[in-house]
Design a protein around this ligand. Structure first.
Ligand SMILES: C[S@@+](CC[C@H](N)C(=O)[O-])C[C@H]1O[C@@H](n2cnc3c(N)ncnc32)[C@H](O)[C@@H]1O
Length: 316
C-alpha cells in the first residue's frame, strides 16, 4: 500500500510503501507525581524525590545552572572516573537498605538505591506506559510483550489490558518484578515471567508462530543474556526489530522502542521501523523522552530517544 511521508518540516511529502512516517520529532515529557519528581537539575547533576527520600545523581545533560541554591538530599551517587560505570552512594541520613514502596496509579513497586545508580525503576517511562494504555483502551484480552522488562512497572501497567509476557536476562530483576506484582496485588494476573535473552526469546516466539497485540522494548546499549549472550544495540537491534515485526500483524496495535545513552538520532530508529514495517498500515512517530522539573518555571531534562508504530486501522 503506497503511503505519504509528511516531514512536517519542508512540507514535501514523499511517496513510500508502508506506514505513514511523521518525520518531525515529538517530545514526550513526563511530569512528576505524588511519589516522584525532578526537583531541580544543573551543573551536571539532578535532584529528585522518590517518596519521602531525596537523592542527587549525575546527569551529564544538565548543562544549565540549578534553580535552587541548596539541595538537601538524603544521599548522592558519586560517579567513578569511568563515564559508563562505577561510583557509589554516599548518605547523609540512613536510607532503608531493602527499599521503600512507591506507586504510579494502580502499580506499586519498591524503590531502592541500586549499585547501578538507578532507584529500581525509570520514571521517564511513565508517559510511555500511559500511551500504551491509551492504545489498549477498552481491551481486556490484549496480548503484549515487554522485552528488557527490568522490574516490571511497565508490565504491571500493561496487565490491566490482558496477558503480558515479561522478558529480562536478569534473575534478580525478574524476582523484583514478581515482588512488585505481589505488592500491587496483581500476582494473580496472567503474566509470564521469563528469564531469557531478549533476541533468543523473540526468535523462539517467531518459530512458534506467536502473535502479540503490542510490544515494548527498552534495550540497553550493551547487555548480556543469562547465558552470556552479548547484546550490542547497534549490531543486534535490526534483527530483533525484524522478529518483533513477525510477532505483530494487521490486528496488532503498537510497538514502542526506547533507546538511551547511545549516539543515535530518533530518526534512525524511525527509519528502521519504516523499513521493517513496510507491509503494515499505521503510523510511525519518533522523538525524545524528557522529564519536566517540578514547579512553575520548570525545565525539561532529556532522557532517551524513541520510535513507535501504532495502528488505528484494525480490521473489524
Ligand atoms: C533499562 S532496563 C529496562 C527498564 C524498563 N523498561 C523499565 O522502565 O522498568 C534494561 C534491562 O535489560 C536487561 N537486559 C540486558 N541485556 C539483556 C538481554 N540480552 N536480554 C534480555 N534482557 C537484557 C537488563 O537486565 C535490564 O533489566
Amino acid at each position: 500500500m503506497a503511503r505519504r511521508v509528511e516531514d512536517g518540516l519542508s512540507g514535501s511529502p514523499l511517496i513510500l510503501a508502508g506506514p505513514l512516517l511523521l518525520a518531525a520529532p515529538l517530545l514526550l515529557a513526563g511530569d512528576g507525581w505524588d511519589d516522584y519528581g525532578l526537583i531541580d537539575s544543573g551543573h551536571g547533576r539532578k535532584f529528585e524525590r522518590y517518596g519521602a527520600w531525596r537523592f542527587i545523581r549525575p546527569e551529564p545533560q544538565a548543562l544549565w545552572r540549578p534553580r535552587l541554591s541548596e539541595w538537601a538530599a538524603h544521599g548522592e551517587f558519586v560517579p567513578g572516573s569511568d563515564e559508563d560505570g562505577g561510583g557509589r552512594w554516599t548518605f547523609t541520613q540512613p536510607v532503608p537498605d531493602n527499599g521503600w514502596p512507591l506507586a504510579l496509579g494502580a502499580v506499586k513497586f519498591t524503590a531502592q538505591c541500586t549499585p547501578f545508580r538507578h532507584l529500581g525503576f525509570f520514571p521517564d517511562m511513565a508517559p510511555v506506559w500511559e500511551w500504551m494504555s491509551a492504545q489498549l483502551d477498552g481491551q481486556e484480552d490484549a496480548a503484549t510483550l515487554n522485552l528488557f522488562g527490568y522490574t516490571g512497572v511497565g508490565t504491571l501497567s500493561l496487565s490491566a489490558h490482558g496477558p503480558v509476557t515479561h522478558v529480562d536476562a536478569s534473575k534478580k530483576s525478574v524476582a523484583q518484578a514478581r515482588a512488585n506484582a505481589e505488592l500491587s496485588d496483581m500476582a494473580q494476573r496472567p503474566i509470564r515471567w521469563i528469564i531469557d535473552d531478549a533476541s533468543k526469546f523473540a526468535a523462539r516466539e517467531v518459530r512458534r508462530g506467536k502473535r502479540y497485540d503490542g510490544i515494548i522494548l527498552d534495550p540497553p546499549k550493551f547487555g548480556r543474556g543469562p547465558e552470556g549472550e552479548v547484546w550490542r544495540l547497534e549490531e543486534h537491534l535490526p534483527a530483533l526489530i525484524a522478529d518483533c515485526r513477525r510477532l505483530l500483524d494487521q490486528r496488532s496495535r503498537f510497538l514502542f522502542l526506547t533507546v538511551y545513552a547511545v549516539r543515535m538520532s530518533s530518526l534512525a530508529l524511525a527509519g528502521l521501523l519504516q523499513d521493517v514495517f513496510a507491509e503494515l498500515p499505521g503510523t510511525i512517530e519518533h522523538g525524545e523522552l524528557a522529564v519536566r522539573e517540578d514547579g512553575d518555571d520548570a525545565r525539561l531534562l532529556p532522557t532517551a530517544i524513541f520510535a513507535r508504530w501504532s495502528n488505528d486501522q484494525i480490521p473489524v
